[in-house]
Design a protein around this ligand. Structure first.
Ligand code: ADP
Ligand code: ADP
Length: 225
C-alpha cells in the first residue's frame, strides 16, 4: 500500500526532516511511527498526503508514484486517504453530521447516499445520537471521534493519524487507538504517528522508529513487548 524509496525531505529552512527513508507498509497492515519531537513523524505523513513533496526519492501509494501526481491530481489522491489530526480540525459552527458529511459533499455523492454513510460512520465511533449537536457541546474525546468519523466516511483504503491521542487522557487514548485497530480489522491500512510509547506497546502492532529523520528501528508486531 505504501512504499518509501530513499526519501529525503529538506524544508526551505535547510533543515532535513526526513533522511533517506525506505520502508513499506502492506495492504491492510497497521503500523505506528514513533520517535522524539522533531523526529520527522508529521513530515512523513504530510509526504503521503502530498501536503509536502520529497526533495529526493520516491513514494508509491497503492502502486501509484506520488511524484507523478500533479496539483490537479491532489484532491483525488486525498479522497483515498483519511486523515486524523491531534487538534481534530472540526468546523465549530457546523453540526457533527455536517462535519462528517463534508468529504462526501466534496466527493459529489447524492444526499441520500451521504446521509446513509454519515450515519454508518457515526455509528462506528459511537456518536450517532450526537449528529445534530455542535462540536463544542462534546467532550474532547468525542470531538476526536467525530474527526475519525469524518476521516473514514469516504471509505479510504488508507487512514493516517498524526498524534490522534495527544490531547486525551490515557483511558480515552486507549479507546481511540482501539478504534483504529478496528478499522484495520475491516481491511483499512492504518498509519499512526505517536510519541506515546506505553500506549503503542499496548496495541501490539508494528512500530517504525524515527530519529532525526532516519529510520532507526522497525519492530514487527509480534516482537512488540
Ligand atoms: P515530529 O512530527 O516527529 O515532531 P516534524 O515532522 O513535525 O517532526 O518535524 C521534523 C523537523 O522538521 C523538526 O525539526 C521541525 O522543526 C522541522 N519542520 C517541520 N515542518 C517544517 C517546515 N514547514 N519548515 C521548516 N522546518 C520544518
Ligand atoms: P505537527 O507536528 O502536528 O505538524 P508542529 O507544531 O510540529 O505540529 O507544526 C505546526 C506547523 O508548523 C506544521 O505545519 C509544520 O510543518 C510547521 N513547522 C514546524 N516546525 C517548523 C519550523 N521549524 N519552521 C517552519 N515551520 C514549521
Amino acid at each position: 500500500m505504501i512504499r518509501f524509496d530513499q526519501v529525503s525531505k529538506r524544508y526551505e529552512s535547510g533543515h532535513e526532516a526526513i533522511s533517506q527513508l525506505s520502508f513499506e507498509v502492506g495492504d491492510g497492515e497497521m503500523a505506528f511511527v514513533t520517535g522524539h519531537s522533531g523526529a520527522g513523524k508529521s513530515t512523513l505523513l504530510k509526504l503521503l498526503a502530498l501536503i509536502e513533496r520529497p526533495s529526493h526519492g520516491q513514494i508509491h501509494l497503492d502502486g501509484q508514484n506520488l511524484g507523478k501526481v500533479g496539483r490537479g491530481g491532489i484532491p483525488k489522491l486525498r479522497r483515498r486517504i483519511g486523515m486524523v489530526f491531534q487538534d481534530h480540525r472540526l468546523l465549530m459552527d457546523r453540526t457533527v453530521f455536517d462535519n462528517v458529511e463534508l468529504p462526501l459533499v466534496i466527493g459529489g455523492l447524492a444526499p441520500a447516499e451521504r446521509a446513509k454513510r454519515v450515519r454508518a460512520s457515526l455509528e462506528k465511533v459511537g456518536l450517532l445520537a450526537y449528529e445534530r449537536q455542535l462540536p463544542d457541546t462534546l467532550s474532547t474525546g468525542e470531538q476526536q471521534r467525530v474527526g475519525i468519523a469524518r476521516a473514514i466516511v469516504a471509505r479510504p483504503a488508507l487512514l493516517i493519524a498524526d498524534e490522534p491521542t495527544g490531547n486525551l487522557d490515557p483511558q480515552l487514548a486507549v479507546e481511540i487507538m482501539g478504534l483504529f485497530a478496528e478499522f484495520q480489522q475491516v481491511g483499512t491500512t492504518v498509519l499512526v504517528a505517536s510519541h506515546d510509547l506505553p500506549l503503542i506497546k499496548r496495541m501490539k502492532k508494528r512500530v517504525v522508529v524515527l530519529d532525526h529523520g532516519r529510520l532507526v528501528a522497525d519492530v514487527p508486531a509480534q516482537e512488540v513487548l
